[in-house]
Design a protein around this ligand. Structure first.
Ligand SMILES: [Zn+2]
Length: 262
């Protein structure tokens, strides 16, 4: 499930493969992936232009075109990007296919169709319309603390709430809470300054470490919960067994020995 580190990896992939090349043709293979833009408008707008630059905000990726329009990519549950030359390398669930004049293709692949592609005028306006909170990697501690002030509910659901801070989902919220030794069911109003500070530091460290390792669970350090995020696995710190609970309708994995309920 693409969260901030995954989308940052997609951004760097797109930057290193697809920028500054003239687009020859565009194929919308499934219109359900589109937001408000009609397929023919997307095609007509993209063809003949180049992808100029990218900007990531939380789990959204914005790609600027020559004409200053922006392509908005949201990866849903299963979205990813693939750049390839040989048509036989096209991924099996390509929903949008951009073909460059150099003969290469960029596919937006999305098996479960929960992602979205749209054409927008201004990322700032889009972020405001969706009421997205600030991107977690562009946040300092005073702003982080302020975003949680006066909130109700559990820390697990607050971390995943894109309107408080943008970027974290079910998986990385578990990792951050494990690293900070905070129980997922802890009420936000129970968090004191020291715990909030620890949480903030762990959000930054966990996300940066994940990005450094291409957001690939198998490459993450042994001290991470993510590769072992299953019930009955041993805690990476050797203190206990991983357990699973439902928190606000989502499944949280945690170590009861390391993350005591307060
Ligand atoms: Zn533990």
């Amino acid at each position: 499930v693409p969260e901030l580190p995954d989308v940052e990896v997609f951004k760097r992939y797109l930057d290193s493969t697809s920028l500054h090349q003239k687009i020859g043709s565009v194929e919308v293979k499934n219109k359900k992936i589109l937001g408000e833009v009609p397929a023919n408008k997307l095609r007509e707008t993209l063809e003949g232009q180049e992808l100029e630059s990218t900007h990531r905000h939380g789990k959204h990726l914005f790609v600027q075109l020559d004409n200053d329009d922006w392509l908005m990519l949201h990866f849903g549950m299963t979205g990813w990007l693939k750049y390839f030359k040989d048509p036989k390398d096209e991924p099996s669930h390509a929903r949008l296919l951009i073909t460059f004049e150099n003969g290469y293709h960029l596919a937006f692949d999305c098996q479960r169709m929960l992602g979205e592609v749209d054409l927008i005028e201004d990322p700032e306006e889009f972020i405001e319309d969706k009421r997205l909170g600030p991107d977690l990697l562009e946040l300092d501690f005073p702003s982080f603390r302020k975003r949680f002030g006066g909130r109700k509910g559990t820390i697990k659901s607050a971390l995943m709430n894109q309107q408080i801070i943008a970027g974290i989902g079910n998986i990385y919220s578990d990792e951050i809470l494990f690293q900070a030794r905070v129980h997922p069911g802890t009420g936000v109003d129970w968090l004191d300054e020291e715990v909030l500070k620890k949480l903030f530091e762990e959000t930054q460290r966990v996300l940066r470490t994940a990005i450094e390792h291409q957001a690939d669970p198998e490459k993450l350090p042994d001290s991470f919960l993510l590769p072992l995020r299953r019930k009955g696995e041993k805690c990476p710190r050797g203190n206990g067994m991983i357990e699973r609970i439902k928190a606000t309708g989502r499944t949280a994995y945690f170590c009861p020995a390391c993350q005591s309920q307060s």
